[in-house]
Design a protein around this ligand. Structure first.
Ligand SMILES: C[S@@+](CC[C@H](N)C(=O)[O-])C[C@H]1O[C@@H](n2cnc3c(N)ncnc32)[C@H](O)[C@@H]1O
Length: 434
């Protein structure tokens, strides 16, 4: 593709993303490329990279265009993006050439709007902070209250692209061997600073096409997610329930901790996710897991009241901690979404708590950085459930970083730990008084 044709594809994809507001942007992008097989690998990578950058600067681009009185359509967003990332008006005019496969030529008005962006930077001092950091206006005050003086550091880190993190399946291979094998497949990685299973890959690489991935030796999993699994403290003698198992990321990590022994039940309400999890369990050689799909009625729960040593609730949440990976999610997040999620999490916690045996533990986790879903949720739960107490993790020594053993709750953020944002609380059901 010519550079102009690439820009044309970027504009078209951005229009698709805007029109399919309810679909995640990466799903829309995948569909877009599937329908245009003629776009080769290199061009596809270029168009994707540009789109993710535009999504990462979406509010700022809209702010600039409104400020100069321009329409905020995809065409002007892309042109403004090019100007604000260093192209001159002449260069942008060449790209918008009007030739075959190129975007239509810039109109006189468009040229004038863009001229006023010459020598401007993406960030402007008089931009509101919520725009600068690409968070919804209603979310910014919540985060400001939580992070205080650290707000700028926290929100800048949340704007950076996330690293590509892998978890080595110790059931199949040592981390050092996996690292070497990955290198032989052309992918360099480093041991992660916090997780004993983790490898961090340099740059953007396609790990899913490696033999290691196909053979179940590695899984893609953020370091924060690996730490949550570690905080459950599961061991090979236990009976464990992963209440919101989804596609099984944390189940897989817990199965490794349990050396494929004991029993894990991986449950969820979402059939497709559970099927995906089953496929991953097979690939990873994990056979101490059974799956369960929740149906209407609570019989399944009733029969298993107080029978599990550990129950993990990796709750459905706002995903605000993963905004580095999903820049479009931040644009879609609404205040009533948060209220609904908080109510749902509370219901799930109530059901899951019933299953924890005396002296057993309930581990609550979210990939959210919002207090309402995290600390406030746990405070509310403890008021309603005095039979539970917060306790420090009892994970076998040496698996977690030392300070993780001292705290019953943990908030991870990209700024502080270079992980996604995660919250975790460990609670224990007290023994009934005689
Ligand atoms: C954060 S995701 C889980 C991710 C998964 N644990 C992992 O590590 O890959 C939350 C999951 O909760 C599930 N869920 C939503 N409502 C639920 C409910 N009432 N009971 C159980 N699971 C539920 C969703 O289908 C989703 O898969």
């Amino acid at each position: 593709m010519t550079p102009s044709a690439q820009i044309s594809a970027v504009i078209e994809l951005l229009l698709n993303i805007q029109n399919q507001r309810h679909a995640p942007a990466d799903a829309t992008a995948n569909r877009f490329f599937r329908q245009r097989r003629y776009i080769g690998g290199g061009d596809r990578r270029y168009v994707s990279a540009q789109i993710w950058e535009i999504m990462r600067h979406y509010r700022k681009l809209q702010w600039w265009l409104k400020r100069i009185g321009s329409p905020t359509n995809p065409r002007m967003m892309v042109a403004a993006f090019l100007m604000l990332t260093g192209k001159t008006l002449t260069e942008v005019s060449h790209l918008f050439s009007g030739e075959r496969y190129a975007p239509l030529s810039l109109t006189q008005n468009e040229g004038l709007y863009l001229q006023s962006l010459e020598n401007q930077k993406m960030f402007s001092d008089d931009m509101p902070k919520a725009v600068r950091y690409e968070v919804p206006d209603w979310v910014y005050p919540l985060l400001e209250q939580q992070f205080g003086d650290n707000i700028d550091a926290e929100l800048s880190a949340l704007l950076q692209p996330a690293s590509l993190d892998l978890r080595v399946n110790l059931l199949k291979e040592e981390r050092s061997n996996a690292k070497e094998m990955l290198k032989q497949e052309g992918i360099s990685s480093e041991n992660m600073p916090l997780s004993p299973w983790g490898l961090r890959v340099e740059g953007r690489q396609s790990v899913t096409s490696t033999n290691l991935f196909k053979d179940g030796i590695i899984e893609i999993q953020d370091e924060g997610s690996q730490l949550i699994a570690l905080m459950t403290g599961v061991t090979s003698q236990m009976r464990v329930l992963d209440f919101c198992a989804g596609a099984g990321g944390k189940t897989l990590a817990m199965a490794t901790m349990m050396q494929n022994k004991g029993q894990i039940i991986a449950s969820d309400v979402h059939t497709v996710r559970v099927s995906a999890a089953e496929k991953r369990f097979r690939r990873a050689g994990v056979f101490n897991v059974q799956t369960h799909i929740f149906a209407e009625g609570a019989k399944w729960i009733k029969r298993r009241v107080k029978t599990f040593d550990r129950v993990l609730v990796d709750a459905p949440c706002s995903g605000t901690g993963t905004w580095r990976r999903n820049p479009d999610a931040r644009l879609k997040f609404k205040a009533n979404d948060l209220d609904e999620l908080v109510a749902k999490q509370s219901d799930i916690l109530d059901s899951a708590a019933k299953m924890v045996k005396e002296g057993g533990r309930l581990i609550y986790a979210t990939c959210s950085i919002l207090r309402k879903e995290n600390q406030d949720q746990i405070e509310f739960f403890l008021k309603a459930h005095p039979e539970f107490k917060l306790v420090c993790p009892d994970t076998p020594e040496g698996l977690l970083p030392p300070d993780f053993y001292q705290n019953p709750t943990f908030q991870l953020t990209p700024a502080q730990y270079q992980t996604d944002g995660f919250f975790c609380a460990v609670l224990e059901r007290q023994k009934d008084a005689e």
